[in-house]
Design a binder for this molecule. Structure first.
Ligand SMILES: NC(=O)c1ccc[n+]([C@@H]2O[C@H](COP(=O)([O-])OP(=O)(O)OC[C@H]3O[C@@H](n4cnc5c(N)ncnc54)[C@H](OP(=O)(O)O)[C@@H]3O)[C@@H](O)[C@H]2O)c1
Length: 182
């Protein structure tokens, strides 16, 4: 049976992560609001037939719940989910975890978090079948200059994280915290 992946917020900095998962043999469902942006993720892939578009606003909690239920019905249980979700949608991740855990098959959630998450403990999940890990996006700094990560650096860091079993990985650096870009 094919391995199934879902990438949430797939048409921005996770574009190359979605394409990498397709190259690794996953059937990859890519979620974002704009279907045109999602189709670009598929069209730039060496495995376009393995990329499936799911236009959905994750702020719309009922619609998201329905979309997750339909996804499992259509594609079967997920193996890996990579999620970049803005903090304006605090209900999205719990809904995704609840719905994707219904099949009671073990799956992995890689939660991509902004720099500030580093100072907070990982979220508590209620699912027994979801293995939660997180990637914290840091920054880069030298003595004179500091900057946020580029999309390529973020994608490379998330791909590295997908190949480990570490509970938390930091891309770039989060210390010294006071040197983060403003
Ligand atoms: N620490 C760091 O260095 C750091 C941290 C964060 C971000 N950044 C940088 O900042 C840039 C901008 O960040 P960004 O958040 O705009 O990231 P992005 O990954 O470039 O774009 C956000 C992704 O989420 C989707 N999305 C946004 N709102 C959504 C919603 N309500 N429902 C479903 N999908 C939604 C977008 O597609 P749709 O618009 O079609 O929905 C898109 O696929 C990034 O490209 C990155 O380079 C750097």
């Amino acid at each position: 049976m094919a391995k199934e992946a879902l990438v949430i917020g797939a048409s921005g900095m996770l574009t190359e992560v979605s394409r990498w998962l397709a190259r690794q043999g996953y059937q990859v469902t890519v979620l974002g609001r704009d279907p045109v942006k999602l189709s670009r993720v598929r069209d730039g892939s060496t495995h376009p037939e393995s990329i499936h578009l799911l236009p959905q606003d994750y702020h719309q909690t009922d619609g998201l719940r329905k979309a997750m239920g339909e996804l499992v019905q259509k594609r079967g249980p997920m193996d890996v989910v990579v999620a970049w979700i803005h903090s304006t949608a605090p209900h999205a991740l719990p809904v995704i975890v609840e719905e994707l855990s219904r099949p009671e098959k073990c799956w992995q959630l890689l939660h991509v978090c902004g720099s500030g998450a580093w100072r907070n403990p990982p979220i508590e999940l209620t699912s027994e079948v979801c293995v939660y890990r997180r990637v914290v996006l840091g920054f880069r700094c030298t003595d004179e200059h500091s900057r946020w990560l580029t999309n390529d650096e973020i994608a490379a860091g998330v791909i590295d994280a997908l190949q480990t079993t570490e509970r938390q990985m930091i891309v770039g650096q989060v210390e010294p915290w006071e040197k983060r870009p403003t």
